[in-house]
Design a protein around this ligand. Structure first.
Ligand code: 2OP
Length: 230
């Protein structure tokens, strides 16, 4: 699909990435800072970076392990790399915080607005459904999504095409008829590879990925999303 073939108003379904897009993975920073004063941000950043690297490495190497455990492995790596000895209680608390990540404040209203406009909504995440359902409930987003889809269903991680294909199977629609929203630039690119009309939520003003593909639209936050479908 070329850029000129994007037509967001015609998309009947809007599929969302979870971590980083709906939920702020760096909201663990506060607890991390209580555990390791002055180091919360560094821990949170490296934790997330390693978590993603491990998903890519495990997918490439055919060594799937579910996202919860990959997340724990990444936390252990980050604490060692930053020389922040972590007790079992601290590890447990930080992992539990992942089930209560804060949603970006504007997200709930944006989702409700899309739903009221007749769009079907879904989540497509690396996280297994139990993990994602917990943060969805914590954010008061229950009942908004027709499907919560997970790479766990196919034992692979994004950017594997089989993960994105889960949305086509769930809605019995080709990807071209669906929008895919992610604040992870690489995820928005891979969704385009898979045929979706992707929207990149560029909250931090990052430069685009150079992957021979561009999102159909770039916004700064989800409150701009409903306007794209008018
Ligand atoms: C997700 O799949 C990539 O973390 C992101 O939810």
């Amino acid at each position: 699909m070329s850029q000129s073939e994007c037509s967001l108003p015609q998309a009947a379904v809007v599929v969302f990435d979870a971590y980083g897009t709906l939920f702020d993975v760096h909201s663990v920073r506060l607890l991390a800072d209580q555990c390791f004063p002055g180091q919360g941000q560094a821990l949170s950043q490296l934790w997330r970076q390693k978590q993603l690297e491990y998903t890519w490495l495990r997918s490439l190497g055919g060594r799937y392990k579910s996202f919860w455990w990959v997340t724990q492995d990444a936390l252990r790596y980050a604490s060692q790399a930053l020389k922040l000895p972590m007790s079992q209680d601290q590890e447990n608390a930080l992992m539990q915080a992942y089930l209560k990540l804060q949603a970006f404040p504007e997200n709930l209203a944006a989702l409700r607005s899309l739903k009221a406009a007749g769009k079907e909504l879904a989540i497509l995440s690396n996280g297994e459904r139990g993990m994602v359902n917990a943060v969805v409930a914590h954010a008061g987003m229950e009942g908004l999504f027709s499907h919560v889809l997970s790479g766990d269903q196919v034992g692979q991680y994004k950017t594997a095409p089989a993960v994105y294909a889960l949305a086509e199977q769930a809605f019995s629609r080709p990807a071209q008829e669906m929008a895919f929203v992610s604040s992870n630039a690489w995820d928005a690119c891979a969704a385009r590879w898979a045929g979706f009309q992707s929207i990149w939520v560029n909250r931090q003003g990052q430069v685009p990925e150079v992957l021979d593909v561009q999102a159909c639209a770039v916004i700064n936050q989800l409150s701009e999303l409903p306007g794209l479908f008018l």
